[in-house]
Design a protein around this ligand. Structure first.
Ligand code: C6P
Length: 408
């Protein structure tokens, strides 16, 4: 298959980018919240509902066969995306949040004992903190956090000092949604395994930007969301090592996840269905599969170069803009830049940027412990996707300059 190398030309694959907002052309810089969807993904979802819609794994009729085949094909696409060895190690979920809750409730609920420790970091999204607090409270376990340095990197010395014989689970993001920091997950997996802990990686912000290979990483669990990687909302996946998934009890009961049911007793279905109670988001999985195909047709090196160039450009331009303070200057970053403008509240800045057609996110980015650590209420965050261009960076910088003039 030939791979698209002209990344700039791909912008026209995204119909929404032709929208105007507040009377201005749209400059979409909020891809870390959710990416826009290419026409191929929108078409795959519509085609499924037009031609193949039926429930999966249940009926003997032709449409049910087609829907089931398409759904299981999507699972194999996720398997390939993550580098998993077996398709049944991929569990479809609503997204990263649900994937982490599944592991916390099922694995954590089953294995944790009073006094055990779960290690997260100060960089984590709330989705990789709160599920652990819930299970820790239930089991008498403790959640500890590794410190983050002033430039937004995980302090590996602090990690070493906090991993101990009570550590059962280490849960860490692959890339930070608030600052863009790429974490040294291979090193973290190694150190956690040396201490006998299992490792979950929150891959929400990695999927669209980084190569993922769960087998090479030897990670135990990896959680992702389709909508952060050009797929639809409401669908995501959990990768889990077969041996761990086999040892875990189901976490939700219902149809699909059973083998036999009597009023007194149930035996459970095999993997992955044991963890997929109820009718799944079939169209979502198919749309996610189409997004994976879309990404796979792009030259990975060209895409990485495009995003690295944009990140350098936006970082340099903002650093040179009067009144701007960059937050998070790690060496390795995905294309996310966080900043503050003079003493202005991030929400005020984002509102004025929106009036100029520039969509960014502002606030704590669901990372309140990180904001507390950095001593700030929040940031303005510009996050870039494959469809962004130097012209978008230019519009952002001009809008920031104008905003500063308006506010000061
Ligand atoms: N971050 C952002 O604007 P869900 O909502 O389940 O698809 O993903 C949750 C999640 C988990 N981990 C990380 C690192 C994330 O970035 C997110 C979602 C969005 O940054 C919405 S809060």
């Amino acid at each position: 298959m030939s791979h698209a190398t002209n990344i700039t030309a791909l912008r026209s694959d995204f119909p929404i980018l032709a929208e105007r907002v507040n009377g201005q052309p749209l400059t979409y810089l909020d891809s870390a919240a959710t990416t826009q969807k290419p026409a191929a993904v929108i078409a795959a979802i519509a085609d499924y509902y037009r031609h193949d819609n039926a429930n999966v794994h249940r009926a003997a009729h032709a449409l049910a066969d087609r829907a089931t085949a398409a759904f299981e094909e999507a699972r194999r696409k996720v398997q390939k995306l993550l580098g998993a060895q077996r398709a049944h190690e991929i569990i479809f979920t609503r997204g990263t949040t649900e994937s982490i809750n599944l592991v916390a409730q099922s694995h954590g609920g089953h294995r944790l004992r009073a006094g055990d420790e779960i290690l997260v970091t100060e960089l984590e999204h709330h989705s990789n903190i709160v599920p652990w607090q819930l299970v820790a409270a239930r089991k008498g376990a403790k959640v500890l956090a590794v410190r983050v340095t002033a430039n937004g990197e995980i302090d590996l010395d602090d990690l070493d000092s906090k991993i101990g014989e009570r550590t059962r689970i280490v849960a860490v993001g692959h890339a930070s949604n608030a600052l863009g920091t790429i974490n040294p997950v291979d090193e973290i997996v190694r150190r956690a395994h040396d201490a006998g802990a299992v490792v979950l990686i929150d891959g929400a912000q990695a999927t669209a930007h980084l190569d993922i290979d769960v087998a090479a990483l030897d990670v135990d669990f990896y959680a992702i969301s389709g909508h952060k990687a050009y797929g639809p909302t409401g669908i995501g996946a959990l990768y889990g090592k077969e041996s761990l998934l086999e040892s875990m009890p189901p976490w939700q009961g219902g149809g699909e996840m059973i083998e036999t049911v009597t009023i007194e007793h149930t035996t459970f279905n095999r993997l992955p269905f044991k963890f997929e109670a109820g009718t799944p988001h079939i169209a979502g999985a198919i749309g996610f599969g189409a997004a994976i195909d879309y990404l796979a047709a792009i030259d990975a090196q060209a895409l990485a170069n495009h995003e690295a160039t944009l990140l350098r450009l936006v970082t340099d331009r903002l650093a040179q803009t009067e009144g701007v303070r960059l937050i998070g200057t790690a060496r390795d970053k995905v294309s996310i830049v966080s900043f503050l403008l003079d003493g202005q509240h991030p929400h005020d800045v984002a509102t004025l940027l929106d009036q100029q057609g520039v969509a960014v996110r502002s606030g704590h980015h669901c990372a309140m412990p990180l904001m507390q650590r950095l001593g700030i209420p929040g940031t303005v965050r510009a996050s870039l996707g494959l469809y962004n261009s130097p012209a978008d960076v230019d519009r952002l910088v001009r809008a920031v300059e104008k905003t500063r003039a308006l506010l000061t």
